[in-house]
Ligand binder design. Structure first.
Ligand code: ATP
Ligand code: MG
Length: 364
């Protein structure tokens, strides 16, 4: 699978963006604020249908413009593929796949597979469990599309139950009103726990392997789903029943997968609490590559990797190992503000300045 060309209109700093990519490694260089992240974001917007950088997607529309459009040309499962996404804030996205209108961004995700790293992804190791749960649920959606909905359904039932708990506490309704929501939570919650568990079990050996290949300590790298939630509907139903009085008192649901976490550790220490900058970055990249391995196995072709500002904080050995890893993988687009950070010459070098992308002779 590969993206050959992106074309965009009114995307971030770009009035008109056009860039061609190598089937292997394309490096994008340019000064701070030149438009490197915006370029990667545009490719992701075109392939996945949403920005990896913000949920406020109106920000992607160039200042002064009313709408944006991104077109991607490439090859998927051996066949040429052209997709387009048009977006006017406040209106549904207009999506086409090979010229035919598609109803939702899922139509894009079924055809393209791309994984992205931006420095914001370091939140995966640095920040609170909610970030890791959200990552797991997104990865579930990518790898087992049916389960993407499980997380959404669970979240909805949880919100309803939370609202109802407050009303029960206020004496507006009786506790019996909770029954149908407890039932939904028990069923979708247990399914979500099992799905996340299965996903982490499949990621874990690949994560360990990837940590080792990126310069970390392979034997010690552990990825584990940390859950206190029962994984059968019957047991979760029972746990919810047992907790009901306390839940009403606090007006929050005190058991279930919305409280779970993913633990990333090296040498039996949480990377989050003990890892150095470079180790934390390596852990996130190892997780991304582990998912890329799984996704590649599932799709029969490796996903496209978009790596924004990925080389900073890594020493030269780790930078070299990372580039070896992505080179062996498939198509990668990476950005760097400092071309001297590139330990090897990319197959294609793009320079960005003042909202214009130019191809430079590779290795030059
Ligand atoms: N909606 C928008 N309209 C116009 N310009 C925008 C919009 N959103 C962001 N920009 C501008 O786009 C420029 C490029 O931003 P971008 O994040 O792509 O830079 P970058 O090359 O990744 O920089 P850095 O090396 O600092 O990460 C910035 O000057 C930013 O202010
Ligand atoms: Mg940037």
């Amino acid at each position: 699978m590969r993206v050959e060309r992106v074309r965009a209109v009114s995307f971030r700093c770009y009035d008109r963006l056009e860039a061609d990519f190598d089937p292997a490694l394309t490096a994008v260089v340019g000064r701070n604020g030149a438009g490197k992240t915006s370029l990667v974001e545009a490719v992701h917007f075109g392939c996945a249908g949403y920005s990896p950088r913000t949920t406020q997607e109106a920000r992607c529309v160039r200042a002064g413009a009313e709408l944006l459009r991104v077109e991607i040309d490439g090859v998927a499962v051996g066949e040429p593929l052209r997709t387009a996404v048009g977006f006017r804030p406040g209106e549904p996205k207009r999506i086409t796949v090979d010229g035919a209108p598609a109803r939702s961004v899922e139509a894009l995700a079924r055809r393209w597979a791309c994984l992205v790293f931006t420095p914001d992804h370091l939140a995966l190791v640095k920040r609170a469990p909610a970030v890791r749960r959200a990552y797991l649920d997104r990865a579930l959606g990518r790898l087992l599309p049916g389960y993407g909905r499980t997380a959404t359904d669970y979240g909805r039932a949880l919100a309803h139950r939370g609202a109802l708990l407050r009303r029960v506490r206020a004496g507006v309704v009786t506790a019996a009103a909770l029954d149908p929501w407890d039932e939904q939570l028990a069923v979708t919650g247990a399914e979500l726990v099992r799905a996340r568990q299965a996903l982490v079990e499949r990621l874990a050996p690949r994560f360990r392997d990837r940590v080792g290949r990126l310069g970390g300590a392979r034997e010690d790298a552990v990825l584990r789903y940390a859950t206190g939630s029962p994984d059968s509907a019957a047991a979760l139903r029972e746990a919810l029943r047992e907790r009901r009085a306390r839940d009403v008192e606090r007006a929050v649901t005190g058991v279930g997968p919305h409280l779970d976490d993913v633990s990333l550790s090296e040498r039996a220490r949480e990377v989050r609490d003990f890892g150095s900058q470079g180790e934390q970055r390596t852990a996130v990249l190892a997780l991304l590559l582990a998912e890329a391995d799984l996704l590649g196995e599932a799709r029969g072709a490796p996903p496209i990797l978009l790596l924004d500002d990925v080389l900073s904080e890594l020493d030269e050995e780790r930078r070299t190992l990372l580039l070896e890893a992505v080179r062996a993988h498939g198509q990668t687009v990476l950005t760097t503000a400092d071309p001297r950070d590139l330990p090897v010459a990319p197959d294609r070098l793009l320079t960005v300045s003042d909202g214009v992308v130019r191809a430079a002779p590779a290795g030059g």
